[in-house]
Design a protein around this ligand. Structure first.
Ligand SMILES: [Ca+2]
Ligand SMILES: [Ca+2]
Length: 350
């Protein structure tokens, strides 16, 4: 009788400890995500002018994203970026190799509009912030194009420097459907756009490249006021490459991917990144890094979703190690073990 009472007391004392362990583990995971999300003090806010939101990356570059827009131009359609502007002054590069302090702005006049089989993805209502991604990602509604279910996801990290566009395409039919994805862009640098370099190391942008960088040409004072851009369209060794890329050194660079046959029930994702930097070398370094899909570029994507990306090789990236946590059986085993020890101690003391 006495042992049974002590055993009950031991169980009651141990059970909350085991439960607390699990809760602590879960809270730590969420806390880390929130900490990342708040790193730059960014968030989303609602903008006028036809619908929009903004998200700020780790460098303080604020991306303005078209949501419930009324625009009918391809480069300003749903999920494209209307602009990007620094929230603070940065050390911007000069033509002479020095720096000057200014708040670079006007990165885009419409960037990464999505065109599927010749149809704009556009006017699909407001976007929903992804709470599971600390509201750092906007989820856009589905538009059916040629029988394919098309949606977009736009993410800006608080712990890195880029905006990520994901175009999610599902074939709900019983037959394969060919899809051609292309992108329309309008740069803030307008007719002053200069290609700096590309992944092959030259200023000649071709379908063999993975990325290129561009900037607004320097004025007579050797200064330039738009963020220096790194455009990342694909990764090496991916299933889908570029079919065409045009106008890299103009106001309107555009590219199209090779046609892909989406099988019945299959979902594929096309990913794109653009980074803004205060100087040209950093734009190239960051573009080259993003083309390899570091872990930061894959935030808020499950392993299954990463494997759906067809224009980068994501499935081979190492996953972040999971924080070990006790499941139900683990907790029961721990309780039983501690109760057994408790009983042994009680018997010893008697
Ligand atoms: Ca422009
Ligand atoms: Ca090249």
């Amino acid at each position: 009788m006495r042992i049974t009472t002590l055993l009950t007391i031991a169980l009651l004392a141990v059970a909350p400890m085991a439960t607390a362990d699990v809760e602590l583990t879960e809270h730590r995971g969420i806390g880390e995500k929130i900490a990342k999300g708040e790193h730059a003090g960014g968030g989303s806010d609602t903008r006028g002018g036809g619908g929009g939101a903004s998200l700020i990356d780790a460098s303080g570059l604020e991306f303005f994203i078209n949501t419930d827009v009324t625009f009918t131009t391809s480069e300003s359609a749903s999920g494209s970026a209307s602009d990007a502007t620094y929230t603070q002054a940065v050390a911007a590069s000069t033509s002479g190799g020095g720096t000057f302090t200014t708040t670079l702005s006007d990165a885009f006049d419409g960037y990464n509009g999505l065109i599927v089989n010749g149809t704009d993805y556009n006017q699909n209502g407001p976007a929903t912030p992804n709470a599971a991604c600390s509201n750092r990602e906007l989820l856009f509604n589905t538009q059916t194009i040629d029988g394919l279910e098309v949606s977009r996801r736009v993410f800006v990290p608080g712990n890195d420097e880029f905006i990520r566009f994901l175009d999610v395409i599902t074939n709900p039919t019983g037959s394969s459907i060919s899809v051609t994805v292309s992108k329309a862009n309008n740069l803030g640098s307008d007719s002053d756009t200069v290609v700096d370099t590309s992944s092959s190391g030259d200023a000649n942008v071709t379908t063999a490249d993975l990325w290129h960088t561009s900037y607004e040409d320097y004025d007579t004072n050797g200064e330039s006021f738009d963020p220096r851009l790194g455009h990342v369209y694909r990764g090496a060794g991916a299933a889908v490459g570029l079919a065409s890329i045009t106008g890299a050194d103009t106001n309107n660079p555009a590219w199209a991917y090779e046609a892909y046959s989406v099988q019945p029930g299959e979902t594929v994702i096309f990913a794109n990144f653009v980074t803004g930097q205060p100087n040209r070398p950093d734009a190239a370094t960051q573009a080259a890094r993003l083309a390899t899909l570091p872990a930061e570029a894959l935030q808020c994507l499950s392993a299954a979703e990463q494997a759906q990306i067809v224009n980068f090789v994501a499935a081979q990236q190492p996953q972040e190690p999971a924080i070990p946590a006790l499941d139900g059986w683990g907790i029961m085993l721990l309780v039983a073990l501690m109760a057994t020890i408790g009983v042994a101690v009680v018997r010893f003391l008697r």
